[in-house]
Ligand binder design. Sequence first.
Ligand SMILES: NC(=O)c1ccc[n+]([C@@H]2O[C@H](COP(=O)([O-])OP(=O)(O)OC[C@H]3O[C@@H](n4cnc5c(N)ncnc54)[C@H](O)[C@@H]3O)[C@@H](O)[C@H]2O)c1
Length: 276
Amino acid sequence: MSQGSTTPSTSAAAASAAGEARAGDAVAGDATGPVVVTGGASGIGLASARALAEVGRAVALWDRNEDLAIEHAAAIAAEHGVAAVGVGIDVTDTAALAAALATTRVAIGPIGGMVHAAGVVSAESFGALTDERWDFVLDVNLRAFAMLTQLLADELRLSAGAAVVGISSIEGLVGHPAIPAYCSSKAGLIGLVRSAAAALSPVRVNAVCPGYVLTPMLAPSLQFEPLLQHMESTSLVGRLGRPEEIGTAVRFLMSADASFITGTHLVVDGGTTAVR
Ligand SMILES: NC(=O)c1ccc[n+]([C@@H]2O[C@H](COP(=O)([O-])OP(=O)(O)OC[C@H]3O[C@@H](n4cnc5c(N)ncnc54)[C@H](O)[C@@H]3O)[C@@H](O)[C@H]2O)c1
């Protein structure tokens, strides 16, 4: 695990805001604390980090792609004037999480939120399932969220407006014959956020279920014209989603505007599951 931090002139303001949050005795109020975003180097995680930075939240981009995490953190700090850090980590390595959190705290302050966007998909249908590929998908998409949330629970309770968001999927709501492990991980995440919301209350914990969003994860599927057409046509808005459209939903759930929303999931799919 390693890191690269960027501390612009406004980082003192960010640290001060985080300090005031810690002094609060409840999690009600404006959410200002620094946010850990797993999978922050790409796609939906990166868009979520950017959306949070736009409203002044310090962010830590945790990703197994360390170079990209550091590069994007520097760009976010420069563009939005917040403290930002890129941390290279495999989030399935539970033993490394505490050290990564310590590094993150030093760089951007006590943690006041977490977005779990690190995710993988693996195309093994029934008949081709293996223990190894099953664990690969479930470990990143589901187990890492549980372990990191557990580790952060006490710290989040000290931070005003603290919230956690797990990126699930519409594939957690409906089945897909080609990716049963992925669907299981995403359905499991919806169940897990309910339990975590109950355990961490008053810290709020929710899931976002994106539809088809144009990110590197989806890129291989886009090579097949019929598949692309299917994904576009099943959306009621007639196109794929943009990562930013998920990032703003994440930002909403992390904000005081969502203060009465916890233990549930928000579908952001352009209407795909409304008609499927
Ligand atoms: N793109 C879509 O259509 C779509 C739809 C629904 C849900 N999702 C979910 O959104 C989340 C983000 O996906 P995306 O589309 O932005 O994909 P992406 O591939 O662009 O981003 C995923 C990021 O997670 C990181 N990552 C993967 N495994 C990791 C690990 N073990 N440790 C640390 N980092 C790791 C990758 O390096 C990458 O930067 C995923 O959970 C995905 O399942 C995506």
